[in-house]
Design a protein around this ligand. Structure first.
Ligand code: ADP
Ligand code: MG
Ligand code: ZN
Length: 623
């Protein structure tokens, strides 16, 4: 059915409905002339034996007089009426309450809603059958899959930084799209599908758009989750539609974001919607096989879960080219920062290198966010340009959530937090193998009441056993300090984050990193391969690692209890201490503060916090 046809059908339904409703509620107009009688006149006529017969329907009374005239009247509630009528010898008929419209119209009125619903359902069904594209009547279920032509806001390779290897792998695609004939004439084989693989926010979407921008071809974008909808059959037809549109505008790029939403390994995943996904996936495979790459359509897909993708998708002739888009390294981060800083007026003290060094584990999106937050801070503070101090503030916010200075903490809670953070800081300072302390604070931020941040000298790509064990000891330090100072019964729930972090590291040490001597260099991270006996052993080993760390933290704190008191006092007084100040306090040296009590943390070159991201799990190393 085409558009016009559908519209006509809908309007016919609507008009019929209107007619039906109007006639149903119209008071009957075209009856025979009937004499309207007052009730009292009617009863008078009855007494005078001038009434031949009446029909009573509730309180409506109609009848015929002895002279043959029809009449109507409306009765008050009068229980004596019927007996008066029968006494006067009037023929009485009673009828059930009912309106006197035509029965056909009554039926139609009763079933009208259902008819309309069926009609609507039918339209929606047709819409789905007709597939995606949102070209339907009255915009029913306007499809999300409307393929976007993103010519506006063109992005080019210049906007993508820090992922040069990925970029150079895509250059060939750009060349091809610019002049497909050149390649096909030489019999060159161009991949049909390119799969961009990488963690979220590394610029996969941006990269795909920039390929289209560089080649100046249309860019159609759709998300894998758009295919997987409630209605069965939508996904597959959307795929068909998408390829159809792509071929029409070749050369072009079709970008499928989050392809894992459809491309999941068949037969895995939790109940519901699996069939639908399989159909969609199959349709995609069929379409990809059914066109030749020289038609000038290149499919670029993105995922951060290549492991769950159906192997059929990765076969030659489909997404056979994979491009890894990793989190950027130091110099990559610097370049990304520069790209985003270009749009801002910067104060002369801003050094992207320093910020880059202080943001390991940040993705491109995190860095873009950081620059944006810094600009917002600057605007809020009424500055004309963005300075290093604002970047420092922004970094803290992006890493740890916004400061919550307004959160009311009782003196008691503040004191507990000061000793807790003091304990972490003391352990971090005293444990060999730990990263240096960047700062300790008891200003609540995000979920935490306070925190100690540490920074490694360089990007951590891997973690030594020594570092892991130090991490465990530092994590225990908070709770241990509370216990030593306030007693076993008085400890707070503030250690929950520490406990989670420590357990996470200990588990990985045992299950993934082969750092348990007793369980050895065996991978235990696939639950299917681990017997219940082994699971038990793993738990014991994890527990042992943590208990040992706890004991070591306790020894450290007990033997440095005076230092802990001094640290806690300083935290209560200044709320935030730099790593250098923590060191001075532990060594018993005085700390110097400028007039306003602010330390020189913000904007200080070379002392930016570094966060590590062991396998993306533990992002900010804050305790
Ligand atoms: P992904 O698709 O990998 O999750 P996006 O492409 O959506 O990531 O990135 C989100 C935003 O982060 C981009 O719009 C851009 O502003 C910024 N960004 C991410 N990576 C980079 C990069 N390599 N260079 C410049 N900006 C980037
Ligand atoms: Mg994306
Ligand atoms: Zn803690």
């Amino acid at each position: 059915m085409n558009n016009i046809g559908r519209n006509v059908v809908i309007w016919v339904i609507v008009i019929m409905a209107a007619i039906v409703v109007l006639t149903a509620f119209q008071p009957g107009g075209n009856r025979h002339a009937v004499q309207q009688l007052a009730y009292s006149d009617f009863m008078h006529d009855v007494e005078q034996h001038q009434v031949r017969s009446v029909t009573i329907r509730e309180q409506n009374i109609s009848g015929v007089l002895t002279n043959g005239t029809s009449f109507e009247t409306y009765a008050p509630f009068d229980p004596a009426m019927v007996s008066s009528l029968t006494k006067a010898g009037v023929e009485v008929t009673a009828k059930p309450p009912q309106s006197n419209e035509s029965p056909i119209l009554r039926y139609v009125a009763a079933y009208l809603p259902i008819i309309l619903m069926l009609g609507l359902g039918f339209m929606i069904f047709r819409q789905m059958q007709a597939g995606a594209g949102g070209r339907g009547a009255m915009g029913f279920g306007k499809s999300k899959a409307r393929l976007l032509n993103e010519k506006q806001g063109r992005v080019t390779f210049a906007d993508v930084a820090g992922i040069d290897e990925a970029k150079s792998e895509l250059e060939e695609i750009v060349d091809f799209l610019k002049d497909p004939q050149k390649f096909t004439r030489l019999g060159g084989k161009i991949p049909k599908g390119v799969l961009l693989v990488g963690p979220p926010g590394t610029g996969k979407t941006l990269l795909a758009r920039s390929v289209a921008g560089e080649a100046n071809v249309p860019f159609f974008s759709i998300s894998g989750s758009d295919f997987v909808e409630m209605f069965v059959g939508v996904g597959a037809s959307r795929v068909r539609d998408m390829f159809e549109q792509g071929k029409k505008s070749a050369p072009c790029i079709i970008f499928i974001d989050e392809i894992d939403a459809v491309g999941r390994h068949r037969g895995i995943g939790l109940g519901g919607g699996n069939d639908e996904r399989e159909q969609t996936l199959n349709q995609m495979l069929v379409e990809m096989d059914g066109f030749e790459s020289n038609e000038g359509v290149i499919i670029i897909a993105a995922t951060n879960r290549p492991d769950v993708l159906d192997p059929a998708l990765l076969r030659p002739g489909r997404f056979d080219r994979q491009v890894v888009v990793p989190n950027p390294d130091v110099s990559g981060r610097e370049k990304i920062l520069r790209v985003h800083m270009k749009k801002l007026p910067l104060f002369s003290d801003v050094d992207p290198r320093v910020i880059a060094r202080g943001t390991p584990g940040f993705s491109g999106a995190d860095l873009a966010n950081l620059v944006n937050e810094a600009a917002l801070f600057a605007a809020r503070q009424g500055s004309r340009s963005v300075s290093m101090a604002q970047f420092e503030q922004a970094k803290d916010k992006v890493m740890m959530g916004a400061e919550r200075r307004s959160m009311v903490m009782t003196e008691e809670e503040k004191k507990t937090t000061a000793f807790h953070e003091g304990g972490h800081a003391l352990c971090a300072y005293l444990t060999p193998g730990s990263d240096a302390i960047h700062k300790a604070t008891i200003i609540p931020r995000g979920q935490a009441l306070g925190m100690v941040m540490t920074l490694p000298e360089k990007d951590n790509i891997s973690y030594s056993r020594k570092w892991c064990l130090a991490r465990l000891i530092i994590a225990m330090g908070g709770r241990v300090a509370e216990e030593v100072i306030f007693g076993h019964e008085e400890v707070s729930a503030g250690a929950s984050g520490d406990i989670k972090g420590a357990t996470d590291i200990a588990r990985r040490m045992v299950k993934q990193w082969g750092m348990s001597d007793r369980l050895g260099m065996v991978a235990y991270d696939n639950p299917d391969d681990v017997s219940s006996h082994m699971a038990n052993e793993i738990d014991k080993e994890v527990r042992l690692l943590i208990d040992t760390a706890y004991d070591q933290a306790r020894q450290l704190i007990l033997s440095h209890i005076d230092d802990l008191h001094r640290l806690a006092e300083a935290l209560l007084e200044y709320e935030t201490l730099t790593g250098e100040e923590v060191g001075r306090i532990i060594r018993g040296e005085a700390i110097s503060r400028s007039e306003d009590g602010e330390n020189s943390l913000a904007g200080k070159k070379g002392s930016v916090p570094v966060i590590n991201a062991p396998e993306g799990g533990l992002r900010a190393q804050t305790i």
